[in-house]
Write a protein that binds this ligand. Structure first.
Ligand code: SF4
Length: 358
């Protein structure tokens, strides 16, 4: 029922992470990272499956040692989703991950070492049809760049990324995406703007070490909504301290708010003394049950007749609290009056019907 406003996209070149295209006109994809020990294959597999069920499209897994490499190889054999191996310092672990079937490796060439070591990684990526992510973080910049700039600000991050791009390009490799993350949202915005002006490689957006689920989601949404609304960004990760499944919910909500992903948009009033129905409970339950749905539907959950009917009528399906009941609206028309405890089931039933109608 609503007119969708969609953020524009700046053109970038296209790469692939497994069968997920990144860049150019591909949809902005959502990724996350496991936080279990990769050597614990069962725990990591459970987490990857939970991420996939929540809508994650690419999963990154850290591979810090040989035991983790064995775990990564077992994981690769057990699941189809594109997997990115996250590597620091050790080219052998990067090569091992690629040989084990990694669809991409995330490296910072600055901490991998000599050209010979970087070349080993590039060659393994090339021969396995994999891509690279050059991931520059404010916390791990090269010493000379840090010395020149005095602090790990946007210019320093971008200089480090450009240096790495040049190094990899000199080796004849071009299938890469880039990230320049800081923990400060506005520094992150500035770094990506600068980088976007200087390269057309696809950009992986994120605010690093963003924080706990609530503060981290808000900080990330602030930075990413500025960038994405300017057309900058081809894939996103919301980095939160906690269960990574929450990262996917936050990432999907950011994309939906910018019209870059379709799905259920729930409108719920904040309630006040006039509320005749448990708005928070109904909205939370409908949100939980509809997270995986990708068709564009607006669902209203409103507490009383003051603003309820108007908002519910403007939605595809909605309820508004009445005197001792709730009024169910479908496509702008009153469909039924129900007991308040039937609100969730009634909304879900109508959502299911609209799903079938497409
Ligand atoms: S819709 Fe009604 S219950 Fe909800 S905030 Fe507005 S006046 Fe209060």
């Amino acid at each position: 029922m609503s007119d969708m406003v969609v953020a524009p996209r700046r053109p970038t070149r296209r790469i692939n992470v497994g069968d997920v295209p990144v860049g150019q006109d591909a949809p902005v994809c959502v990724q996350s990272m496991t936080n279990t020990p990769t050597s614990d294959v069962e725990a990591t597999l459970d987490q990857v499956r939970a991420l996939v069920a929540a809508g994650c499209e690419v999963v990154r897994v850290s591979v810090p040692d040989e035991e983790s490499l064995k775990g990564f190889a077992a994981l690769r054999r057990s699941i189809r989703i594109p997997l990115v191996a996250d590597i620091h310092y050790d080219s052998k672990l990067a090569v091992g991950s690629l040989d084990a079937g990694a669809d991409a490796v995330r490296i910072n060439p600055g901490n991998i070492g000599s050209d010979a070591k970087v070349r080993e990684v590039i060659d393994a990526a090339g021969s396995n049809g994999a891509s690279l992510r050059i991931g520059v973080n404010a916390g791990s910049l090269e010493k000379d760049i840090l010395k020149k700039h005095g602090h790990p600000g946007p210019e320093a991050l971008v200089q480090s990324a450009l240096r790495s791009i040049e190094r990899v390009e000199r080796m004849g490799f071009y299938s890469m995406k880039l990230s320049v993350k800081a923990s400060d949202p506005l520094q992150t915005v500035e770094a990506y703007r600068l980088l976007s002006d200087r390269t057309d490689y696809p950009l992986h957006l994120g605010v690093t070490e963003a924080g706990t689920p609530m503060t981290g989601s808000v900080r990330t949404a602030v930075a990413l909504s500025i960038l994405l609304s300017e057309g900058i960004g081809d894939t996103i990760r919301v980095s939160l301290a906690g269960d990574p499944v929450t990262e996917i919910y936050a990432a999907n909500e950011i994309l939906r708010s910018l019209g870059l992903q379709t799905g259920i948009q729930i409108v719920a009033c904040p309630t006040c003394a006039r509320a005749e129905v448990d708005v928070a409970g109904v909205a939370a339950e409908v949100e939980r049950r509809t997270r995986g749905i990708r068709i564009p539907l607006k669902v209203a959950v409103m507490g009383c007749p003051v603003n309820g009917p108007g908002e519910a009528r403007e939605s595809d399906v909605g309820i508004a609290g009445g005197k001792g009941n709730v009024v169910l609206f479908v496509k702008g028309k009153v469909k039924a009056k129900l007991a308040p405890d039937k609100a969730v089931d009634a909304l879900m039933e109508e959502i299911e019907k609209l799903k079938v109608e497409g």
